[in-house]
Design a binder for this molecule. Structure first.
Ligand code: AMP
Length: 438
C-alpha cells in the first residue's frame, strides 16, 4: 500500500491508538489517512473520494476513536455516539473488525448490525450499551423501530460507499436515518465515484466539507493489468476452465451477472475439478461467511460472486478478477477490478466480452479513459467479435492506440495460459494482512 513518509505520531493521535497501529505494523499513514485525519480531528465534515483498499476505514475510524475516547461518557441506554452506515453485511463486519483492532486499548464499546442473520445477538449487544454502531440501513431501521437503541446522542455520522448505497436504493432509508440524528454532529461521506447524485447528496449531508480525493473519480488503479478476451458466449465456460488451469492464478474472484449464473459456474468448474464457491444474495449469511472464510484461507482458489455480494470485499491477495460477464455499468467494473491489486500488490483483471457486451466495454473504456488490452491470439479469441462493429477510439490521448498482447505466433495451450494471465508480484511496503502474490 502506498503510504506517506510521516508517521502516525505526527498526526496527533493518542498513544493508545498509535500503539494499536504499531501492532498492525503500519509504517506510515496512507494518502487518504494523511489528508483526512488532521481535518477530522478538528471536527470538520469530510467528503472523501476513495475506494476500498486505500486505507479509508482507518482514515475515519482513528479520528472517531480519538474523539470518543477523549470526551468519555458511559456507554449505556442513551445510545451510540458514532454511527457508520455501510451498504453490505460483509463491509459492516470488516469495518467492525477494524474498529476492534484500532480501538483495542481504548475500552470503547461497539455493535455491528446487519440483515440476513438472527437479530437477537445484535439486540443483546445494543442493550449492553454501545459507543460505536456500524450498520446496514435496512436492519438498522428495523431495530430502531423496535426501540432497541436511540439516535439522539450521535456526534459522528459516516456514510461509507455512498455511491453503492444509492445504487442499491438505500437513499430513502439513509435520509430517514440522518433526519433522526441530532443537528450538531460531524458528518463524513466516502464514495469511490462522485457522480452528480452523490454531489447532490453531499450538499444535503455535509456542512462546508473538506474534500479529499486519493484517486480521480472512477479511475481504475494503475497497478491493475486490464485485459479483454473477445469470446463467443457459448465458449465462456470452457475459456474460464482453461484460464483457471494456470496455477499462477493464486486467488481469483469471478464475477457473474446473476445468482443462478454464479451457481452454474461453480458447478461446471467442479466438474473440471476446479474448487470454487459462490457468494450472492440467495445464500444465507452463514453460507456467505463460510464461502469467504474458505476463500480467505485458500481452501478454495476461486470465488464466484455477483456485484451486490462482493461490494467492498477486502480479501487479500486476489491475484485475478475475472469478469465472466461484463457489467453494464462502468462504475461496477471499476469496483470489481479494484478487488485486486490491493495493499501494494499488482493484479490482473480479465474480462470475457461476447458480441452483446461490446457496448459495455466501450462505456467502460470511456469511463476509465484508456483502452483495455486485447488478447487476440488466445485459442478462444473470436476475431469476428473483435473486429465488428468498429469501436470509436475516443479523443483522449490515452484512449487511442489499442494495445494487443499478440505475440505473432500461436502458442501451445500451457504456454498460452502462463503468458497471458500471470500477475507479477510487486514489492510490498507493509505488514499484517499480507497479500500473496502469484
Ligand atoms: P480499507 O481501504 O480501509 O479497506 O483498507 C485496506 C487495507 O489496508 C486493510 O487491509 C488495512 O488493514 C490496510 N491498511 C490500512 N491503513 C494502512 C496503512 N497505513 N499501512 C498499511 N496498510 C494499511
Amino acid at each position: 500500500m502506498e503510504s506517506t513518509t510521516k508517521g502516525f505520531e505526527a498526526l496527533n493521535l493518542s498513544e493508545q491508538i498509535c500503539r494499536a497501529i504499531r501492532g498492525e505494523k503500519y509504517d506510515s499513514p496512507t494518502p487518504i489517512q494523511h489528508q483526512a485525519i488532521p481535518h477530522l480531528l478538528e471536527g470538520r465534515d469530510l467528503l472523501g473520494c476513495a475506494q476500498t483498499g486505500t486505507g479509508k476505514t482507518a482514515a475515519f475510524a482513528l479520528p472517531i476513536l480519538q474523539r470518543l475516547s477523549e470526551g468519555r461518557k458511559n456507554p449505556g441506554s442513551k445510545g451510540p455516539r458514532a454511527l457508520i452506515l455501510t451498504p453490505t453485511r460483509e463491509l459492516a463486519a470488516q469495518i467492525s473488525d477494524s474498529f476492534r483492532v484500532y480501538g483495542k486499548h481504548l475500552n470503547l464499546k461497539q455493535a455491528v448490525i446487519y440483515g440476513g442473520v438472527s437479530p437477537k445477538p445484535q439486540i443483546n449487544s445494543l442493550r449492553r450499551g454501545v459507543d460505536i454502531l456500524i450498520a446496514t440501513p435496512g436492519r438498522m431501521i428495523d431495530l430502531y423501530q423496535q426501540r432497541c437503541f436511540r439516535l439522539d446522542q450521535i456526534e459522528v455520522f459516516v456514510l461509507d460507499e455512498a455511491d453503492r448505497m444509492l445504487d442499491m436504493g438505500f437513499l430513502p432509508d439513509i435520509k430517514k436515518i440522518y433526519a433522526m440524528t441530532p443537528d450538531i454532529r460531524q458528518s463524513m461521506l466516502f464514495s469511490a465515484t462522485l457522480p452528480d447524485d452523490i454531489l447532490r447528496l453531499t450538499k444535503h449531508f455535509l456542512k462546508d466539507p473538506v474534500k479529499v480525493s486519493v484517486t480521480p473519480p472512477a479511475s481504475t488503479v494503475d497497478r491493475i493489468d486490464q485485459r479483454v478476451l473477445f469470446v463467443d458466449r457459448e465458449n465462456k465456460g470452457a475459456l474460464l476452465e482453461s484460464v483457471l488451469q494456470n496455477n499462477d492464478i493464486y486467488r481469483a474472484l469471478v464475477f457473474s451477472r446473476t445468482k443462478h449464473g454464479a451457481n452454474r459456474i461453480v458447478k461446471n468448474l467442479g466438474k473440471a475439478k476446479i474448487k470454487a464457491d459462490s457468494i450472492h444474495g440467495n445464500k444465507s449469511q452463514a453460507a456467505r461467511m463460510e464461502a469467504l472464510k474458505k476463500f480467505r484461507s485458500g481452501k478454495v482458489r476461486v470465488l464466484v460472486a455477483t456485484d451486490i455480494a462482493s461490494r467492498g470485499l477486502d480479501v487479500e491477495g486476489i491475484t485475478h478478477v475475472i469478469n465472466y460477464e461484463l457489467p453494464n455499468e462502468a462504475d461496477s467494473y471499476v469496483h470489481r477490478v479494484g478487488r485486486t491489486a490491493r495493499a501494494g500488490t499488482s493484479g490482473v483483471a480479465l474480462s470475457f466480452c461476447d458480441a452483446g457486451e461490446k457496448s459495455y466495454l466501450h462505456n467502460i473504456e470511456r469511463t476509465i479513459k484508456r483502452l483495455v488490452t486485447v488478447i487476440n491470439d488466445h485459442p478462444y479469441h473470436s476475431e469476428s467479435i473483435a473486429s465488428k462493429p468498429k469501436r470509436s477510439s475516443g479523443s483522449n490521448g490515452k484512449f487511442s492506440g489499442r494495445r494487443y498482447s499478440n505475440s505473432g505466433a500461436k502458442p501451445g495451450k500451457n504456454q498460452t495460459r502462463r503468458k497471458y494471465f500471470s500477475a507479477k508480484p510487486r514489492k510490498r511496503s507493509r505488514g499484517p494482512r499480507s497479500a500473496v502474490s502469484a
